[in-house]
Design a protein around this ligand. Structure first.
Ligand SMILES: Nc1nc2c(ncn2[C@@H]2O[C@H](COP(=O)(O)OP(=O)(O)OP(=O)(O)O)[C@@H](O)[C@H]2O)c(=O)[nH]1
Length: 211
């Protein structure tokens, strides 16, 4: 018996872009090295029963907008009142990819120093790390390096996906924004070096709430 509500229509992917199709994945070809094939099959997602699960952790200074980012993605809402996250919060977003049920676990961690200890116990086993900073607060960008270092202590730097996300774009002037964007791209470049990936391993995304 299926007790879950149907997956939201915009979370159903019936077709993948060409570059993500099976034919494009070299490791599924017969003559590919078995060790690589195995490694590709092992890591990316966990499985609970018939469900595939990926874990994403969202880290960054207090009040940079982590909860708002998750709420916009999961519920399409924006709340201008600040309510600090205590420890961690959790959202589960269900998808259907080519007919296969898939869940994204989103872990919203507290930015406040006194909750860091609790929050960091949830870092382990992430497939993606989203590091958020405030585009109007250069210190929050500087601190992303420490957030990354802490998150990587619990995860495999060579396989985890990193996203550096700037928030509160609506509050910055074009000049401030241009400056911050330059600095953010530099930090993203440094993160890529820390991760020691041959290809771009960090995506830098600058975000503002829709009114
Ligand atoms: N103007 C504007 N305000 C934002 C934006 N994102 C978040 N805020 C506001 O910033 C405050 C903090 O947002 P949260 O999402 O709670 O921040 P957080 O990073 O989860 O904070 P902690 O739980 O303390 O770590 C709230 O008052 C939000 O409304 C944004 O893009 N633009």
């Amino acid at each position: 018996m299926n007790i879950l509500a149907p997956v939201r229509r915009d979370r159903v992917l019936a077709e993948l872009p060409q570059c993500l199709r099976k034919e494009a994945a070299l490791h599924v070809h017969k003559d590919f090295h078995p060790r690589v094939t195995c490694a590709c099959q092992e890591h990316r997602t966990g499985t609970v029963g018939r469900f595939k699960i990926s874990k994403v952790i969202v880290v960054g200074d207090l009040s940079v907008g982590k909860t708002c980012l998750i709420n916009r993605f999961c519920k399409d809402i924006f709340d201008k009142n600040y309510k600090a996250t205590i420890g961690v919060d959790f959202e589960m977003e269900r998808f259907e990819v080519l007919g296969v049920p898939f869940s994204l676990q989103l872990w919203d961690t507290a930015g406040q120093e006194r909750f860091k200890c609790i929050a960091s116990t949830y870092y382990r086993g992430a497939q993606a790390i989203i590091i958020v900073f405030n585009l109007n607060d250069v210190a929050s960008l500087e601190h992303t390096k420490q957030w990354l270092a802490d998150a990587l202590k619990e995860n495999d730097p060579s396989s985890v996906l990193l996203f550096l996300v700037g928030s509160k774009k609506d509050l910055s002037t074009p000049a401030q924004y241009a400056l911050m964007e330059k600095d953010a791209l530099k930090v993203a470049q440094e993160m890529k070096t820390v991760q020691r990936l041959p290809s771009p391993g960090v995506l830098c995304h600058l975000h503002s709430p829709r009114a």
